[in-house]
Design a protein around this ligand. Structure first.
Ligand code: ZN
Length: 392
């Protein structure tokens, strides 16, 4: 068995031809993934690139692994690292990104190498890495061309694209974004998948978070709003059926992949999407927004051991029917449905006690009692975040 993990950065829940053919046209991608299990009832664990990817490869929530916001630079000690375990098990392991620097300080268990965002060159690099006909290959690819500014002339997320959002020209921003997604699906992913023997590859394709385009949240990573937390998920497991059910989370990917590849499980809150369950426990998501206007030494300070921090944190707990979100310090739980883009507050009474659920999850993790590693240098991370448009 081989594993291909594809992360399409900023892939919104509705930026998928299978469900929204009026928004984008992706015939090659749709054809090659026609047999894949697809769900748009997946929620991420956070709304920024670094926390989400650390969760995908560790199977842990952000409060457990330590990268609770885009600017957090220290992981907790001893967290699981999927790619290292696969390498130890004899797999040929590779990891590539069109923006490898954003994953600096995120430990997936192997080095993430830069790859060209120009489709022919990126494809050529991946094909060079692949060993045709071989088994036990595990490849991770992170596409960044779908991240703001989606090819805008000034190439700055907080430049022209941000101004267009602030001025209300959402239609033009959305058009550029959807073109970037189309190109990624048709010119990069479809040609890669077309050459794989589907009977020997487990393939997982996900959006790490969505995109929002509002004054409150120009792109993502500032809230846990529906449009930044809900993501598409494609799954292909040879000879097996995945069961995303009424709701799933990116926290479920690690236990699912471990099952397929027969890697020993670790104790996490995720569930194996290949196994039926009678009841799905509420999931959690959190984001510590990247504060703007503060000095690097203020925003890049260590996260506290409690999972809380000195700055603002958003938390959500949710099941398939209800989603509770709180902004701390000082907020009260706001109840919506998890899959309604309008995010209208619920009138019906909550089905679970959100405070209790979050407390149980925080208390139930052994990892969040571990200390923090030294982490990536604060100046280096600050420079990378500025280069990639996360800091002004
Ligand atoms: Zn991202």
């Amino acid at each position: 068995m081989n594993l291909l993990l594809l992360s399409v950065d900023s892939l919104r829940w509705d930026a998928v031809g299978r469900t929204h053919p009026h928004l984008l046209t992706t015939p090659k991608f749709d054809s090659v993934t026609a047999d894949f299990v697809f769900t748009d009832r997946c929620l991420s664990v956070s709304t920024a690139t670094r926390p989400v990817h650390q969760s995908v490869f560790s199977g842990l929530y952000p409060f457990e692994h330590g990268i609770t916001g885009q600017h957090r630079r220290q992981r907790r000690r001893g967290i699981p690292r999927l790619m290292a375990e696969l390498s130890h098990a004899g797999y040929h392991v590779g990891a590539f990104s069109e923006a490898a620097s954003i994953l600096g300080g995120v430990d997936i268990g192997t080095t993430v190498s830069d790859v060209s965002a120009y489709a022919p060159d990126g494809l050529a690099a991946l094909r060079t890495w692949l060993r045709p006909g071989a088994d036990q290959q595990a490849l991770f690819m992170h596409y960044w061309s779908t991240h703001a500014p989606y090819g805008a002339a000034d190439a700055r997320a907080l430049g022209e694209t941000a101004e267009l959002v602030r001025d209300g020209h959402i239609g033009l921003v959305e058009k550029r974004y959807l073109q970037a997604v189309e190109d990624c699906f048709e010119l990069k992913i479809a040609p890669l998948l077309e050459n794989l023997d589907m009977s020997r590859w487990t393939i997982v394709l996900f959006g790490d978070h969505g995109e929002r385009w509002t004054a409150e949240e120009l792109y993502h990573g500032q809230t846990l709003h529906h449009d930044v937390l809900r993501v598409p998920l494609f799954l292909h497991v040879p000879y097996q059926s995945a069961r995303p059910g009424e709701i799933c989370s990116l926290i479920d990917l690690a236990p699912t992949v471990r099952d397929v590849l027969q890697v020993p499980p670790v104790e996490t809150f995720g569930r194996d999407l290949l196994r039926p369950v009678s009841e799905i426990s509420p999931y959690l998501a959190q984001i510590e927004p990247t504060p703007h206007g503060l000095r690097d030494d203020e925003i890049l300070s260590p996260a506290s051991a409690s999972g809380q921090s000195s700055t603002e944190v958003w938390w959500s707990v949710f099941d398939a029917a209800q989603k509770a979100t709180i902004r701390e310090p000082g907020g009260i739980w706001q109840w919506t449905t998890p899959f309604d883009p309008t995010a209208v507050p619920l009138e019906s009474p909550p089905r679970f006690d959100a405070t209790h659920v979050r407390r149980q999850l925080l208390a139930g993790s052994t990892y969040c009692r571990s200390g923090l590693e030294d982490g990536i240098d604060a100046d280096v991370l600050g420079a990378r975040l500025r280069d990639l448009g996360y800091l002004s």
